[in-house]
Design a protein around this ligand. Sequence first.
Ligand code: PRP
Ligand code: MG
Length: 180
Amino acid sequence: DYEQKVAKLKSKIKSYPDFPKEGILFWDIFSAISDGPTCRLLQNLLVTVIRAKYPNVEAVVGLESRGFLFSFSVATELGIGCLPIRKKGKLPGEVISYKYDLEYGSDILQIQKDSIRPGIKCLIIDDLIATGGSITAATNLLLNCKADVVGCLVIMELISLNGRSNIPNGIPVHSLIKYD
Ligand code: PRP
Ligand code: MG
């Protein structure tokens, strides 16, 4: 039943070669969620995984911007908090920052200090893990805040990039769909 639902979801996700740059195959989650039943199917899969694997989670942390779609929808259904991690300069109030290196240059992620109490059990959520750079940086930011990062949940994983190997502390990653 789970496998059947995942196969159905997978059949709805379109890929676009050479986007946003030549040589990149872009897996577009928006192509799946333009359709109402697939929204429900995806929500059902995410919530099922969280209930089974992370039953004690207290907040989901969505990564800007595609992660926000799914962090809010699952938080609403589970009745837990929804916390954003955003690029620098987008969140008001006191923020905690984490700077990380990119292929060229660096970037800064931020979270609102008031949203994150030490020990809070949180689950990172995003649409996709590719190199793992985004999720690794988000994990490090949360660990610096003394949060208890119970895991990461993504819809799609690009297996060949082995992004999950960069995530610290053996924090588990669960992906619904794996692409070679
Ligand atoms: C994409 C995707 C993930 C990230 C995965 O986001 O939504 O967040 O890249 O790549 P990584 O594992 O190599 O870090 P993007 O930065 O394109 O921004 P968006 O979510 O705002 O579209
Ligand atoms: Mg993203």
